[in-house]
Design a protein around this ligand. Structure first.
Ligand code: ADP
Ligand code: MG
Length: 251
């Protein structure tokens, strides 16, 4: 039996009378790269909020690594091995790259770090931040304030911070949005080079990126799953083509 990293059963997320997610059932096996696509407003980010615990679904359930987490808050899911990025930047922009990484590392250690000035007192923290910055090709930028990074570098930083929690399951919400093609390409390469045992679910608007990275693609449309299949099959699915070509302004 395949071990599942994440699964949802009949997830519904209702805001008033509006169903942002409706009867969403998904199964993502451990180690899979799953890409979630769909027009703006399809409910993709909402589904991430339900998966990560920012939102509790109004019906249905969520399982993380075989455990029902529907009622667990986000920080408990994070401790079980789930990490996510948000669609918009979520960084301490006045602090340096290294300080951002070390704060995230320290927040998971048992040491008490009250101010960022105390970070150096956390055992092993410098070695771990060095290793992370090296993997993500950030060593030369370590001492720059995040505010001085290019936008594309800030997006990569978000992933570095998510990875610093050593997650088993990583949720990426449109990591290449707003990036120049060269930066998008670099980021996609870094994501594709992550250890294969890490399960990745990524929302992506760029079809080339989506189909290059995905083992499997799920298409959301008006809150529901329209298709869930191999990339090469989704690429020629008539109902999928229709929602993308039918309203070109909506993709
Ligand atoms: P996507 O990420 O696919 O573009 P979202 O999940 O962000 O779509 O949004 C889906 C729909 O749900 C949108 O119409 C959005 O306005 C609505 N929505 C999202 N969050 C809320 C909320 N907290 N309250 C009310 N409506 C919301
Ligand atoms: Mg979104």
């Amino acid at each position: 039996m395949t071990r599942l990293a994440l699964a949802t059963r009949g997830v519904q997320m209702r805001f008033g009378s509006f169903l942002a997610n409706d009867d969403v059932t998904l199964e993502v096996p451990v180690g899979e790269r799953r890409v979630l696509i769909g027009p703006n407003g399809a409910g993709k980010s909402t589904l991430f909020n339900v998966l990560a615990g920012q939102l509790r679904p109004t019906a249905g359930s969520v399982e993380l690594l075989g455990q029902d987490v529907t009622r667990l808050p986000a920080h408990r899911r994070a401790r079980m091995g789930l990490a996510r990025t948000f669609q918009l930047n979520n960084l301490f922009t006045d602090l340096t790259v290294r300080q951002n990484v070390e704060i995230t590392l320290a927040s998971q250690s048992r040491s008490r770090v009250v101010f960022w000035r105390d970070l150096a007192s956390v055992p092993g923290i410098r070695a771990r931040s060095d290793a992370l910055l090296d993997t993500w090709e950030f060593t030369d930028l370590a001492d720059l304030p995040v505010s001085e990074l290019a936008y594309g570098q800030q997006r990569v930083m978000e992933i570095v911070l998510a990875m610093s929690t050593e997650p088993q399951v990583l949720l990426l919400d449109e990591p290449t949005a707003g990036l120049a093609p060269a930066d998008a390409h670099r980021l996609t390469r870094l994501v594709s080079e992550l250890p294969r045992e890490i399960t990745i679910i990524m929302i992506e608007h760029d079809m080339d990126v989506a189909f290059a990275l995905a083992d499997r693609v799920t298409v959301l449309h008006q809150g529901s799953v329209l298709a869930d299949d191999l990339p090469e099959r989704v690429a020629v699915d008539r109902s999928v083509l229709q929602i993308y070509l039918g309203d070109a302004t909506d993709a």
